[in-house]
Design a protein around this ligand. Structure first.
Ligand code: BGC
Ligand code: BGC
Length: 859
């Protein structure tokens, strides 16, 4: 009767038989084919493609020795808690919408800061501001207004390559580069250093490591993954969890020098065919052996929290998958910590919203990440517990898990953040010791792909030209999740302890008596002996990094032209390529004498020079030792392990400097259709509508498309003409005559889904120049079909603009959603309407992220 076990255990662990019924009903609503009898089921959702057979999954030992005293403490706390306090433990709000004062009123169990959420809204908030805020949150949670025994909150942060959200922190290489280092001992050091830098600002919980096993490199989060090989992810999972949390069973475990780790995103995030938050359709055994490979090891190493993926498996959102969240994670793996959701991911479960999702609790989600809607979610969840929709037993189970971790983390004993041992030791951020570890990691992560005639290592006593837009750019070295979510909008000055790759080369060459010259565009005064060109991808994060194929910078050959120009001048060229994934760079490989994949090395750019150059006496300082942890593609359409065929360079490839690195000329035809070159975020730019979009005008005389965006509405009230901003006819002038309402809009033949973009706080942005101020109300809207849409008033913004000057406006997508637009079906992403007079020029109509938001809609 082994197959009955999971469900009986569920009842014992607090998830009762009636939960199962509710869960089955929820799945039925999804259209899954369900099994007839689930009282003694063989599997979760048997018969459906999303069936989970717990017995197929490995069994693992409980991670920590049984601790009856701890369990007694948990029970005692639980017994004294009010229902409000319990529900509060399940909800985590973001510091951009939640204040310490709120915590006095709402007994939430935790807070987070998203990638763009900083104390005081200041991207460069000093460490003291973080500590101050952490202290306030803690004290607020301990205010006596909540029941007899207050429960301290804790704060989670994405310290995913160092304490990267915080000004002055050491920024380690992104995980893909660490994978190339193949060095678990180094991972442990990085974990421990990161933990100290998080502790210094008073926090004790990080959302990492990412254990994704990537099967398609088009995925925008590929760089967050150590490897496409499960074996390496497994080794690193263990090392990183031990580094962050300390060794279980010792007094170092979760002491004041360590932080709670959160392996993520459970499970299958890397197997969604290159689509972030997409659907993983691999078989259950593949999921187990590849995507899930790191989790059992991480749990055995003591991981206390696990983040549930945005993605789906076989069409079912992970946040509502009881088979994987409960039957496998809890019943099979004996995971005793808690699961936390991803950023409003529960809102994507069919039938749920950001403000309500009992389905997720039922499936086994213990804590909602509810950055924006925590208040309504709290009220709804409380009501659902009171009505019995969420069983008390399940509530208690979730709270017990959270309390257990809080106790293990010594949250009660350690007291307010400011009083903890490392708090305020801001010299730990970017300390020489931590930077030395990061620099070592950079050295170990560099993978040498080509080295004609043993060009590398270079002699430092030469004339060295350093070119390319990545040469002196710490933001480009660091990539996404660095000070800002997308890693954009920052400059070298924002990294007080960092060094660019150029600085490292300059120091090395000058110290040896050579000459180094920086010239981004490659122009030089004296012909150099060698040129090092540093270039690659611009920073991105999450779905904004999803690409349709693996061509590097399609449509923009400026780096390639630079390489060729230098080569044509008889200068040997070394490419240092910065990227978050392997990309098809055959033309660049051909145009370089040596080619180094440097990934996203982080703030310690000098690590690159350490390996590129010999010592002044000619001896080799550091050998290249990085080896690919992802295969390098032979064509832009070879996406990863999902695509068959021999890669150009297989996993494990990487030249030693002593080896023969000559590479025969590679084919340069990409074989890509020109449609592969479009930017999906653009609706109108450079005088052209984005792919699939067209201009149209509408008034009561009718609606009609306007070819090239030049024409008039049927009544003649609204005219569109071409004007110049930067280039000839790159913009449109819209002129309303003021004789009745008319609309200028951009529409498509098929709707697009902008829910992810809305959740990620993106904006509809454009450049505009008011030439005649509005004489009446003006609205900017979006459309979702006949009499469906949402619009916001923008006449005040237009009136405030200086006449005749180009300006930029960012209107958060959330404004349109709040005004009634369905973000799932956007037929018209831009519609400007007025009945009055107005003339304005407009261009660069697009979706933009990380915008400070110069427009506020009230909702
Ligand atoms: C936040 C990130 C979050 C993302 C969700 C951003 O606005 O800053 O932390 O991961 O939204 O897609
Ligand atoms: C990301 C997570 C991250 C969270 C909080 C989400 O959008 O998917 O990896 O931990 O935001 O910033």
């Amino acid at each position: 009767m082994g197959f009955c076990r999971p469900i009986m255990r569920r009842a014992k662990s607090g998830r009762s038989g009636s939960d199962v019924t509710a869960r089955v009903a929820a799945l039925a609503a999804l259209g899954a084919i369900l099994f007839a009898s689930f009282a003694c089921a063989r599997a979760y959702a048997a018969g459906s493609p999303a069936a989970i057979h717990p017995d197929l999954w490995p069994q693992i030992r409980p991670q920590l020795p049984a601790d009856p005293a701890l369990e007694r403490q948990v029970n005692a706390l639980l017994a004294g808690m009010t229902l409000e306090q319990k529900v509060g433990q399940l909800i985590q709000g973001d510091i951009s919408t939640l204040t310490p004062a709120d915590l006095r009123q709402y007994p939430l169990g935790s807070v987070l800061n998203g990638g763009n959420s900083k104390p005081g809204g200041n991207t460069l908030a000093p460490p003291s501001a973080w500590l101050g805020l952490a202290n306030q949150f803690y004290l607020a949670s301990m205010s006596s207004s909540h029941g007899s025994r207050p429960i301290p909150e804790f704060w989670g942060i994405d310290a995913v390559h160092g304490n990267n959200d915080v000004y002055g922190a050491t920024v380690f290489p992104q995980n893909i580069g660490l994978g190339a280092a193949h060095d678990p001992a180094l991972m442990r050091l990085i974990g421990a250093a990161t933990a100290e830098e998080v502790r210094a600002i008073g926090l004790d919980w990080t959302f990492g490591p990412t254990l994704a096993v990537v099967s398609d490199d088009r995925w925008g989060r590929s760089y967050e993954s150590y490897s496409q090989s499960p074996a390496l992810v497994r080794e690193y999972a263990r090392a990183m969890v031990l580094g962050l949390q300390g060794e279980p069973g010792t007094r170092h475990f979760l002491d004041a020098y360590h932080v709670i780790a959160t392996p993520k995103h459970y499970v299958g995030d890397g197997g969604t065919r290159g689509v972030d938050q997409g659907d993983n359709t691999e078989s259950e055994t593949y999921l187990r052996d590849f995507d899930a490979a790191g989790y059992p090891v991480a749990i055995e190493a003591g991981a206390q929290s696990i983040m549930v993926s945005f993605s789906s498996w076989q069409g079912i959102k992970m946040a509502a998958n009881p088979g994987l969240l409960t039957a496998v994670l809890v019943d099979r793996w004996h995971f005793e910590g808690f699961t936390v959701g991803d950023w409003n991911a529960h809102g994507q479960v069919p039938g749920c919203t950001d403000a309500s999702c009992p389905e997720a609790v039922d499936a086994g989600l213990d804590m909602f990440m509810a950055p924006t809607d925590w208040k309504r979610l709290y009220a709804n969840t409380l009501a659902q517990v009171r009505s019995g929709q969420i069983p008390r037993s399940r509530l208690d189970d979730a709270v017990r898990r959270i309390l257990r971790v809080k106790l293990r983390d010594r949250l009660f004993a350690e007291g307010p953040p400011a009083s903890r041992p490392l708090a305020g030791h801001f010299d730990l951020l970017g300390s020489p010791q931590h930077r030395a570890i990061a620099r070592r990691a950079v050295r170990e992560s560099l993978v040498l792909l080509k080295n004609d005639e043993h060009l590398l290592p270079l002699k430092p006593r030469e004339r060295v030209l350093v070119a390319g837009d990545g040469a002196d750019s710490i933001p480009m070295q660091c990539g996404g999740w660095t000070l800002t979510w997308q890693g954009s909008g920052t400059s070298n000055e924002d990294f007080p302890h960092g060094e660019s790759i150029w600085r490292g080369i300059e120091q090395t060459v000058r110290a040896a008596g050579g000459e180094a010259e920086l010239s981004a565009d490659g122009a030089f005064k004296h012909k150099p002996d060698v040129a090092i060109v540093v270039y690659g991808e611009s920073p991105y994060a999450e779905f904004q990094g999803d690409v349709p194929n693996l061509a590097f910078n399609p449509g923009n050959d400026s780096d390639l032209e630079l390489l060729r120009r230098l080569r044509a001048a008889g200068i040997p060229v070394v490419s240092v390529f910065l990227s978050g994934r392997p990309l098809w760079v055959n033309p660049q490989l051909n145009a370089s004498n040596a080619f180094v994949a440097a990934w996203l090395p982080g703030s310690e750019g000098e690590g690159v020079a350490d390996v590129l150059f010999r010592k002044p006496d000619g001896a080799i300082g550091y050998d290249f030792r990085g080896r690919l942890s992802f295969a390098w593609p032979r064509s832009p359409l070879q996406f990863g392990t999902d695509t068959p065929g021999q890669p150009l360079f297989a996993v494990g490839y990487g030249l030693r400097d002593a080896s023969n690195g000559n590479l025969p000329k590679l084919p340069e035809a990409s074989g890509l259709p020109s449609a592969a070159l479009v930017d999906a975020n653009v609706f109108f730019a450079s005088g052209r509508p984005g792919s699939g979009w067209h201009w149209a005008v509408a008034d009561d005389a009718g609606a009609s498309p306007v070819a090239r965006g030049i024409g008039a509405s049927d009544s003649g009230r609204l005219t569109l003409t071409a004007v110049d901003k930067v280039r000839q006819e790159d913009s449109r002038r819209l002129r309303w005559s003021g004789t009745g309402p008319s609309t200028a809009e951009i529409s498509g033949a098929t709707p697009i889904d902008l829910t992810r973009q809305t959740n990620a706080q993106m904006a509809l942005s454009f450049d505009y120049r008011v030439e005649q101020a509005p004489s009446a109300a003006v609205t900017l809207g979006m459309g979702c079909g006949a009499s469906c849409g949402g619009a916001v008033p923008i006449a005040p913004a237009l009136r405030a603009a200086t006449l005749g000057q180009w300006q930029h406006l960012d209107v958060p997508l959330a404004c349109f959603a709040a005004a009634g637009q369905s973000m799932r079906r956007v037929w018209t992403p831009f519609a400007l309407q007025t009945a009055g007079r107005l003339t304005l020029a407009i261009t660069n109509i697009r979706l933009e992220s990380g915008t400070a938001g110069n427009f506020h809609c009230s909702h």
